[in-house]
Design a protein around this ligand. Sequence first.
Ligand SMILES: NC(=O)c1ccc[n+]([C@@H]2O[C@H](COP(=O)([O-])OP(=O)(O)OC[C@H]3O[C@@H](n4cnc5c(N)ncnc54)[C@H](OP(=O)(O)O)[C@@H]3O)[C@@H](O)[C@H]2O)c1
Length: 300
Amino acid sequence: MLRILLTGSNGLLGQKIVYAALKRNDIQLLATSKGENRLHAKAGYQYASMDITNADEVTAIVENFKPHCIINTAAMTNVDACEKDQENCWKMNVEAVKTMTELCQRHNIHFIHLSTDFVFDGEKGNYSEEDVPNPLSHYARSKYESEKVVQQAKIDAAVLRTIIIYGVVDDKQRSNVVIWTINSLRQQKDINVISDQIRSPTLAEDLADACVQAALKRATGIYHVSGSETISILDMVNRTADFFQLDKKYIHPITTAQLNQPAKRPLLTGFNIDKAKRELNFRPHTLQQGLEIVKKQLEN
Ligand SMILES: NC(=O)c1ccc[n+]([C@@H]2O[C@H](COP(=O)([O-])OP(=O)(O)OC[C@H]3O[C@@H](n4cnc5c(N)ncnc54)[C@H](OP(=O)(O)O)[C@@H]3O)[C@@H](O)[C@H]2O)c1
C-alpha cells in the first residue's frame, strides 16, 4: 500500500485526486485541506484539517501518518489576490513548501508539487521542461520560487506544471472557465472573455491521473501536464457554449489590455507534453471529450 498525504483536497485538482485514489486498491490516502471536508464521498480515505502554513500542525500530521508520498496541490491560486496580498501568497506558496520539503528530507518522503504555465512570460508558447521561466506576476514568482525550493531540497521530487484546469467539483462554489461559462450563459448573464490569452485547457481528471502515476512511479524532475490543444480562452468559452447549446450573444470578447487586471498574465503558453506522455503514460482527453465528461457529471 502506498501511503499518500494530499494537501488541498477541497480544491479543483485535490478533489479529483481523492476520487482517482479511491478507484485503486493500492493507495492509502490521507486527504487534507484548510477547512472542513467538502467532498461528497467520505468513505475509503481519511481526512484531516491541515493548514500548510502551520509548521507544527504539518509536522505532527506527517509524523503521525508517515506517508511515502506528499502531493501538494494547496496553494494561493487567485493570481490577482496574490498581487494584492504578497505576504500571504509567499507564506502559502513558498514558505509552506519549505516546511514540507524539510519533512520529506528528514523522513525520505517523495514529494509531488504543482506548478503553473505562469512561470513563463508567454512570448514563445509550446513550452518544454527545458525552457527558462520568466515570471510576470507575484503569483508566478512565488510558484517559480517554490519549484526552486523543491529542486534544491535533497529529496525525490517531481514538479508537475499545468495550465487552466477545468472540471466539475462536488462543492459547486469553486468555479473554473467551463463551469463559469455554463452558469453565466444559462442565467443569461453577459460575460467579458479574454480573446488574446492562449492556453492549453486541462481536464482536472487527466491531471489527477498524472499525479497518481507520478506517485506510483516515484517520478522525479519537471513534467509539463496539460491538455494537448492550444486555444484562446475565448475559443474555450465559445466551444463550451456550442457544446452545451447556449446562446453566445452574452459573450463579449475583451483584450488583456482592456481588462487591465492587477496581475500581469503571459499571453501565449501551451506545453510540449511528450515527456509526461512517455514517462507518466499521460493521455489527455480532447476538449470535446472533456466537455462530454463535464456534461455527464453535471447531469448526475
Ligand atoms: N486552477 C488552475 O487553472 C491552475 C493552473 C495552473 C496551476 N495550478 C496549480 O495547481 C494547483 C491546484 O490548483 P487548484 O485550482 O486545484 O486549487 P484550488 O481549487 O484553488 O484549491 C486550493 C486548495 O488549497 C487549500 N488551501 C488554501 N489555503 C490553505 C492552507 N493555508 N492550508 C491548506 N490548504 C489550503 C484550499 O482549501 P479549502 O478549500 O479547504 O480552504 C483549496 O482546497 C495549485 O498549486 C495551482 O497553483 C492551477
